[in-house]
Design a protein. Structure first.
Length: 236
């Protein structure tokens, strides 16, 4: 019985030794200076702007005082619902703000988000960038038609100096089309013109008289590869 226990113990030790030898070792990053940016949402507990429970200035100030020694900037994901309080408080603490605009299927709210972001950017010089609809493509909220309309609006607006086209999340830049729609129906859904107008989108990206940057944050598949080639790339 003792010999069996000894053999089992020996096998366990050998396995543990092999596991330790074969594992890739990763050293913890040595961060001697504040981070370039940290994502921030001011909502605590079950707070939700749609239910009238919004963060207070005191709550945001307390959060940012904790974060300020560790970062140079913060990234938000909305410009309304209480998040519009973030830029002025961040400015008081010496923090830059990358301001998000939340885009979904509620067009009235989308317009409020856009107008709020424009007003905030005009008023507060610590806003260093605006990110529009970061997650909308991942959720399939926006179609090719809507992207075309967005580029037309950017073309016409004097408030837009440049356009940054990026993907949502960290999985890929773009799959080239709505893969879920393609799998379910064999196509890419209805469009205003009755066809999948990806070439129309490519043309307006090339022709818009403003800088367009492809912030390629991951793999670009099929048509998305061409979309990225339509403008200069900025690796993320």
């Amino acid at each position: 019985m003792r010999s069996v226990a000894a053999v089992v113990a020996l096998v366990i030790c050998v396995h543990a030794g092999l596991w330790a030898l074969l594992q890739r070792q990763h050293a913890v990053a040595n961060i001697d200076a504040p981070l370039a940016s940290i994502s921030y949402s001011p909502y605590a507990r079950s707070q939700h702007p749609d239910y009238g429970d919004r963060p207070t200035p005191e709550q945001i100030r307390a959060d940012l005082k904790i974060l300020s020694p560790y970062t140079q900037a913060i990234r938000t994901y909305s410009a309304t619902g209480g998040v519009e309080l973030v830029p002025p408080i961040a400015a008081q603490l010496g923090l830059k703000v990358t301001l998000g605009i939340w885009i979904d299927k509620n067009e009235a709210r989308n317009e409020r988000e856009i107008q709020s972001a424009i007003a905030l950017a005009r008023r507060y010089s610590n806003i260093n960038a605006i990110v529009v609809g970061n997650e909308s493509t991942l959720r399939a909220d926006k179609t090719v038609d809507e992207l075309i309309h967005a580029f037309k609006a950017a073309w016409a607006s004097r408030d837009v100096a440049a356009v940054v086209l990026t993907g949502a999340g960290d999985k890929a830049f773009c799959a080239g089309g709505d893969v879920k729609e393609r799998a379910e129906t064999g196509g890419y859904g209805e469009t205003e013109w009755g066809t999948f107008e990806i070439e129309r989108l490519h043309r307006i990206i090339r022709d818009i008289p403003k800088p367009v940057i492809a912030a390629v944050n991951g793999v670009a598949y099929t048509g998305a590869f061409r979309r990225g080639q339509s403008q200069p790339s900025a690796p993320m």
